[in-house]
Design a binder for this molecule. Structure first.
Ligand code: COI
Length: 339
């Protein structure tokens, strides 16, 4: 196990993986834990040509008292089912997926780091395996899970990141794949992220197809804290229904704060900024948990948010969610499950 200080995100992998096959004639079969190893894939497999590829991101934590727990595994398993339906793929039944993950984590439990802020990131992945070049859904699939010990996703850690407001590229469109964790969505995002990085920005803020409403930030959902309202874009079919987005909505309501899911434009955000009523902006995701945004800029404006430092709402949410994950705060919503 590498030193936790060097973990970063997704660089190291544990010793084992879970694999499970599907064929129309057999259903799901041959579930197994194997050494972490390269896959043998027919060069004609549908995943390689027509992008039948979906993934999930979830985490296993070593709690302060020593228990190993999964965070909301059903949420991810259900989202995989929904994504598989949209991509005309077969997804493993929820119970089988979670049981495979449990057994894998038990075998590789030495890979779950114990330091606060670190965890074992799990990457369930579903790919079309049938060797056939006609364009139609595959009749064979492979579901596998790999594990990566991780700490912070961004090199900024829990410090605010700088975001470029993207006004050329889009990530997803209504009726497309945006609400799924299709690998294709991430392929679509790379160009804009690269251009932003060259300008010194960690990621981009995605807008809808007409660039008139806000959708996501980088690989995360996004929240705006105004003086009298906290807003996240309503799920509209092109926004990913993030697990931490759902946690934040539940926690803010529980805290009695006024949170709204609705359409939101950069014009409205800029107007609030000018009036001084934009207090905080943060992204939410499994990898980064809560990632404050310290700057939102484009070719025509630059907004420094909360003086470029992490705000109180982002801090409270981060502490609350990680407190539940590490077993230091009461799990009032039943989000953690012992391995
Ligand atoms: C997450 O926030 O967990 C993500 O989806 C990021 C992942 C693509 C690295």
């Amino acid at each position: 196990m590498p030193d936790v200080k060097n973990l970063g995100f997704g660089k190291y992998f544990s010793d084992h993986m879970f694999q499970l096959n599907y064929a129309t004639s057999k259903g799901w079969h041959n579930g197994r834990i194997t050494p972490y190893q390269p896959l043998a894939i027919d060069p004609a497999a549908t995943v390689l040509h027509y992008g039948q590829a979906l993934f999930e991101g979830m985490k296993c934590f070593r709690q302060t008292q020593g228990d190993l727990v999964l965070f909301r595994p059903e949420y991810n398993a259900m989202r995989l089912q929904n994504g598989a339906d949209r991509l005309c793929m077969e997804a493993p039944p929820v119970e089988i997926m979670i049981e495979g993950i449990r057994q894998l984590v038990r075998v590789d439990q030495a890979w779950v780091p114990k330091e606060r802020g670190s965890s074992l990131y799990l990457r369930p992945t579903l790919i079309g395996m049938e060797a056939f070049l006609g364009v139609r859904p595959a009749s064979e699939y492979l579901f596998f899970v790999i594990c990566s010990p991780v700490s912070s996703y961004y090199s900024e850690g829990a410090d605010p990141i700088k975001i470029w407001v993207e006004d050329t590229f889009i990530r997803a469109a209504p009726g497309g794949l945006g609400a799924t964790k299709a690998g294709a969505n991430y392929a679509a995002s790379l160009k804009a992220a690269l251009v932003a990085k060259e300008k010194g920005y960690a990621q981009v803020l995605w807008q809808n197809v007409t660039h008139q409403s806000i959708e996501e930030v980088g690989t995360m959902n996004v929240f705006f804290v105004f003086e009298n309202e906290i807003v996240t874009p309503a799920l509209n079919g092109s926004i990913l229904p993030g697990g931490v987005r759902d946690c934040v909505l539940k926690l803010l309501k529980h805290m009695g704060l006024p949170v709204t899911e609705r359409e939101l434009s950069m014009d409205e955000v800029r107007a609030a900024y000018q009036k001084g009523t934009l207090k905080e902006v943060f992204g939410t995701g499994t990898a980064a948990v809560i990632s404050p945004v310290g700057e939102l800029s484009s070719n025509s404006y630059k907004m420094v948010i909360n003086e470029g430092v992490r705000g109180p709402i982002a801090t409270e949410l981060y502490n609350h969610i990680t407190g539940i994950q590490y077993g230091e705060k009461e799990d009032i919503f039943g989000w953690v499950q012992k391995v």
